[in-house]
Design a protein around this ligand. Structure first.
Ligand code: SAM
Length: 208
């Protein structure tokens, strides 16, 4: 699959996916707390909820959620990242697919997660299409949870600058209502000078 994402433009391979996974493992081994995203998910949609990890990468969050008792599907456009996810976490279902055209027939989730800078690594101009496809896979009232770097050094290499207000406007157009906004996954209060944003929305009862 060639989804033309900003992530793919960095040049991905089996080796780069393994290196990404090894970096995450090293951070965890070094004592880093990388479970904050999963804690937010588990509080909003406790097990046995159905969770779509949209842009799951090598599956670090999906694996934690599966172990916690959620029924998780991880989707990513990068087959190399999904290859590592399949190898390291056979208990979770992983799918290679582009979120902007996502079709998982008959699947309705309680929560969709866009964590770890998926939003700024989408292909330019596709955020609205992605949010519409995610809304179509959520049950009415389901949660959409996203976090990404918005300023300075928090915007990773090759990623776009996606302003929270632009995301919020496109989310409304896709059938979502804003719920919470924080500056970290540990829910530090949002401020317009924050470098990172976490936003939660709820899906409307019906989609237009
Ligand atoms: C920085 S990685 C984050 C991976 C994972 N969420 C994590 O936190 O470790 C960003 C991921 O977003 C995925 N991505 C970007 N655009 C996508 C799209 N349109 N469809 C599916 N995945 C996409 C990339 O392939 C990449 O694996």
């Amino acid at each position: 699959m060639d989804a033309h994402t900003r992530w793919a433009a960095l040049g991905t391979s089996s080796a780069s996916a393994r290196a990404y996974h090894a970096r995450v493992a090293a951070m965890i081994a070094g004592g880093a707390d990388l479970d904050a995203e999963a804690r937010v998910v588990l509080e909003l949609a406790p097990p046995p909820s159905r969770v779509l990890d949209a842009g799951c990468g090598t599956g670090r969050i999906a694996a934690t959620l599966t172990r916690a008792g959620c029924d998780v599907v991880g989707v990513d456009a990068d087959p190399h990242m999904i290859g590592v996810a399949d190898e390291t976490d056979p208990a979770t279902t992983h799918v290679v697919a582009d979120l902007s055209t996502l079709e998982l027939p008959g699947q309705a989730f309680d929560l969709v997660l866009l964590a770890g800078n998926v939003v700024p690594y989408l292909a330019d101009g596709t955020l609205h299409a992605v949010l519409k496809r995610l809304a179509a896979h959520l049950r009415p009232g389901g949660h959409l949870v996203a976090g990404w770097g918005v300023e300075g050094a928090e915007i990773p290499r090759g990623a776009a600058r996606v302003r929270p207000e632009d995301y919020d406007r496109l989310a409304h157009a896709a059938g979502f209502t804003a719920a919470d906004r924080w500056a970290t996954w540990d829910r530090h209060p949002w401020s317009p000078t924050a470098g990172y944003v976490v936003m939660t929305h709820r899906r409307a009862a019906s989609l237009g």
